[in-house]
Design a binder for this molecule. Structure first.
Ligand SMILES: [Cu+2]
Length: 310
């Protein structure tokens, strides 16, 4: 880009408060800054849904050969920071991201032969988590990430098959999304190896680019009503495919011998009745899952998140 004449503007843009996903935690254990995560040094968003690199971002500067082990069912965190390292200077109000950047957070997986070497383009992805708008409180997935100190928490589904995956954490900032092309897509990919688990390598597979259309109601949208960014109290539709649903208990339990009629599709409750797993979510605003713990004690971390802790 020719920047000679617009340099003052370019400096001003630094204050826009963009963000980068740059580390992972597994069951509360921080895996280390930029360990197993592919990140650019730029915190700028992608704004074209058809960008060839909307899968795992572009101009990757930080990449290592680490592959992060994640047990199926684990509580996983993706950590976002304003710039590489987190804050930009002392008391950075735009770390982990500017508060204006309301929108959803999401996580996708793509099965790959080798997470350390897989190309981020040309993969088939499935969604494992999303956090949109809580209409009762007017808070967004991005708000919950900010309130958790930059951590976007989710559960690794219990039914995902073991093996290597790229894990794509994403957030969409909707503050300027009232006209087409105004939504800001932030994403990076982590190199992971799932252990335990079940047999699922995903449903409702999508490509990046391809998964999103610029005119989707969750991408071109005016989230303000009377300058309040709560979508007028109306439900918000997170873009992309539905989130993978595991059968109850996650790992398909051995079934008693049955007649070989397997054609019916059974809708299962999404959580076992026995309570959340250790380090799993057991409460918080907007939470509809288990409120007891199969292991440990349910403790409130903040208004939005209670966790089963040992
Ligand atoms: Cu920004």
């Amino acid at each position: 880009m020719k920047v000679t004449l617009i340099l003052p503007l370019a400096f001003a843009a630094v204050a826009y408060g963009h963000t980068i996903f740059q580390k992972v935690s597994v069951n509360g254990v921080d895996q280390g800054q930029l360990k197993g995560v592919r990140a650019p040094s730029s915190d700028y968003p992608i704004t074209d849904v058809n960008d060839a690199d909307i899968g795992c971002n572009k101009a990757i500067q930080f990449k290592d050969s680490n592959v992060i082990n994640i047990p199926a069912g684990a509580r996983v965190g993706a950590w976002w920071g304003h710039v590489i390292g987190g804050a930009q200077g002392a008391n950075d109000p735009d770390n982990p991201i500017a508060k204006s950047h309301k929108g959803p957070t999401m996580v996708y997986l793509a099965k790959v032969p080798s997470a350390a070497t897989a190309d981020g383009r040309g993969l088939k992805w499935f969604k494992i988590a999303e956090d949109g708008l809580d209409t009762s409180s007017g808070t967004w997935g991005v708000d919950r990430m900010i309130n958790s100190g930059g951590w976007q928490y989710f559960e690794m589904p219990t039914c995902v098959a073991p093996g290597n995956y790229l894990m794509r954490a994403e957030l969409i900032a909707l503050h300027s999304a009232y006209s087409a092309g105004g939504a800001q897509f932030y994403m990076e990919c982590a190199q992971i190896n799932i252990t335990g688990g079940g047999t699922s390598t995903g449903t409702d597979l999508v490509s990046f680019p391809g998964a999103y259309q610029a005119n989707h109601a969750g991408i071109t949208i005016n989230i303000y009503e009377n300058s309040i960014p709560n979508n007028g109290g109306k439900p918000y539709t997170v873009p992309g495919p539905p989130v993978l649903k595991c059968p109850a208990g996650g790992n398909p339990a051995p079934q008693p011998a049955q007649p070989t009629t397997t054609s019916s599709t059974v809708t299962q409750p999404r959580q076992p009745a026995s309570g959340a797993v250790l380090y799993g979510q057991c409460g918080g605003q907007g939470w509809s899952g288990p409120t007891s713990c199969a292991q440990g004690t349910c403790k409130a971390v903040n208004d939005w998140y209670s966790q089963c802790q040992p």
